[in-house]
Design a protein. Structure first.
Length: 253
């Protein structure tokens, strides 16, 4: 279901109807990845945490591996504030999960009572390795949260309007499971990663009314002044725009 997005002080958006703490930073908040910047990234992140009411020392960030390993964390994990994985899950409200992205789809999952939350890096590689399905199994097996008690938010990412990466679509066209999510148009094959993730959610027992989603495309979504809303690796690569990453936050409680 398409959901209402609220803008937070012109630097972030969040879903009006999602139970857990979460936010997606906008390009106006600045680059959030040290891979693409140095000192200013620390300032951008700190300013963003302050705006969102998040304590910087509560943040555990993902260093993505483009795989599907999900790590359970609590405040003990704060000693390593950067964890190599593609998903974090916690039932500790003193911890904030963070993920910097530039096209790959972020998925936030929360139990209906907000006691457990997960943040997933669900680009095509994670989706292909069934990261959403693995997260749902973890909620059930490790925290006793059955699928009917889950709420899922699919955030901004590159959408099929813009995602026409020839090497990726060539690879995926050889996998029958992806066929319904590849669409041939005049400039090549466009990939619907959100659709592939949605099918996984459905197959794991998540009904459409448990899912909220934004159609915001990282590559083409613009604000009312005609400025791009989000960072996009695809756009940077094709238009020689400066690279950057936006930040996703999620927390239990
Ligand atoms: Zn687009």
């Amino acid at each position: 279901m398409r959901a209402r997005l609220l803008t937070v002080q012109n630097v972030a958006v969040r879903f009006a109807e999602f139970p857990a703490v979460h936010a997606f930073s906008l390009k106006s908040a600045g680059n959030m990845s040290q891979r693409w910047g140095k000192e200013e990234v620390k300032d951008n992140r700190l300013r963003f945490f302050v705006t969102m009411g998040i304590w910087e020392d509560s943040v555990i960030s993902m260093a993505v591996e483009h795989n599907s390993r999900i790590e359970a964390v609590d405040h003990g994990g704060l000693a390593r504030n950067l964890i190599h994985c593609d998903g974090l899950i916690t039932d500790d409200p003193s911890v904030t999960l963070a993920l910097a992205l530039g096209d790959c789809l972020p998925i936030v999952m929360a139990s209906d009572d907000r006691s457990v939350v997960a943040l997933l890096h669900a680009g095509w590689k994670g989706a292909d390795k069934l990261i959403a399905r693995k997260a749902i199994a973890l909620f059930q097996n490790e925290y006793g949260i059955t699928p009917d008690r889950l709420r899922v938010a699919i955030g901004p990412g590159i959408r099929s309007c813009c995602y026409n990466e020839p090497s990726t679509s060539l690879l995926l066209s050889e996998r029958p499971a992806w066929t319904p999510f590849l669409r041939e148009v005049s400039d090549g094959i466009h990939i619907d990663v959100a659709g592939y993730n949605r099918r996984q959610l459905k197959e794991s027992g998540i009904y459409p009314d448990q899912i909220i989603e934004t159609s915001l495309c990282t590559c083409c979504a613009k604000d009312s002044q005609g400025r791009f809303l989000l960072f996009s690796h695809h756009r940077a690569k094709n238009d020689r725009e400066k690279e950057g990453r936006f930040l996703v936050l999620a927390a239990a409680g």
